[in-house]
Design a protein around this ligand. Sequence first.
Ligand code: NI
Length: 183
Amino acid sequence: MAVRPVRIYGDPVLRKKAREITGVDDTVRALIADMRETMHAYNGVGLAANQVGVLQRVLVVDVPVDDEKRERHALINPVIDRRTGSEIGEEGCLSIPGVYDDVKRAKSVRVRALDERGAPVEITAEGYLARALQHEVDHLDGVLFVDRLSLLKRQFLRHRLDALARGERPDAAAPPAASGGTI
Ligand code: NI
């Protein structure tokens, strides 16, 4: 296992659509192990393969539900096939350090995918898990959470995003991570 560098805003791989995986093998499982280790090393609660430069449809989440329980999943070829309601909540992304904003998402989703053994799974999620799954599936389609902000908010953020794309990084005085965790 290894921590892989997280790709930052401006890296073209974050704008590409990841490809479906045709066979779940040890290479895919090694990728998942690295993605989990990377997510934890960066104190994230979700990560998509694009964020480590791999254009395959794989995501991992490790979202705290309460003080004792966490929702941990590694999903291959995830498809959101049901969205219910809507909810606004704060998001931050490991690939967009220092930027946090409110995003409107479906309140609950159903996701069909394969697990790391290649078996079909179905997850019905709400709360921050639903938000994280929508955020990560967006990554696999080359979509970032800032794309879902209003034009006004995107204009407001443009200078910071341009600075990230130029390789500048926010200083330690950046705002704290989104309350639910960075995804
Ligand atoms: Ni993200």
